[in-house]
Design a protein around this ligand. Sequence first.
Ligand code: WQD
Length: 340
Amino acid sequence: MSKILVTGGTGFIGSHTVVELHNAGYEVVIVDNFANSNPKILNQLKKITGKEFQFFELDLCDEAKVKAFVDQNADITGVIHFAAYKAVGESVQQPLKYYRNNLYSLINVINGFNADIDLVFSSSCTVYGQPDVLPVTEAAPVKKAESPYGNTKQIAEEILQDSCAVMPALKVISLRYFNPVGAHATALIGELPIGVPQNLVPFITQSAIGKRGPITVYGNDYATPDGSAVRDYIHVVDLAKAHVAAIRRMESKKASSNYEVFNLGTGKGSSVLEIIQAFEKSTGQKLNYTIGARREGDVEKVWGDVTKSTQELGWKAELDINEMMLSAWNWEKYLKDNPF
Ligand code: WQD
């Protein structure tokens, strides 16, 4: 049985990917330092899968500890690397914290495995900035990042591409996520924002449950049908399944090169106001919102062309906006009765 290391495996997308790897028959080992996640997620994963996953608390910025970990786990056949800081606003205030953490950890993982590993990298549609053509394909130019966070994703992709060019035993698939939302159907794992949620959907669910006030819609003067900004929202479980497909692709040696990039979205754009309406319709919960100023650094509209992922990864998003909203709401209700 293949053994997959999931770094950041107690985080939002990481934890959902652990479940899908387990369901697909993989042995999983998790590494995390809980910088942006909660240790209780490990118990939640056991409740969902019945499995007590091997877990190591480890700061991936510590090169010696990473090497020692890899030496003690020589049977790892693949890595899915989620571990990174991801708060766009915080990255503007603390750039060096982001460059150090997000890039040192990646370089230590590559070196720890002596660049002889199948690696799936957690990238982001942020690398596209505001695309010139929509839907945006993987061939679109990478634009100047709007934040140090987005820049760490761009630099990480360059590090991986340059390394793969001279290290044939390093096989990499970079997955460019659009907007991950929702939660596992059991409502036992989901998004756990620290403090006031920066992202739209967790703010919506916290507002609906009474933890936050009205939602502020950041701008309704964009060149979009209802004036609010458009994104490609994708269910986190669909996203998790794409990581299993990426590992399988590398194991099957079907990859056209040892460095590939895939968009992970639904191929459909939804505006902020449409998401608010979809949440109300799916859950029956009335939302209060006000229209505010645009948020610095936001792009106007972005949604992905997912043809390549469907044709070559053999993956397609299956869960719709209704399931995204309902699962996010069920998770928020679970948290109210079971605070972490
Ligand atoms: C979505 C839309 C906001 C909150 C970010 C990262 C990206 C990825 C996903 C990690 C925007 C609007 C939001 C609110 C609002 N993360 N909004 N009121 O900014 O598209 O992407 O998260 O990989 O890298 O950049 O997601 O959920 O913050 O915003 O109107 O209270 O909702 O302006 O149009 P975003 P988001």
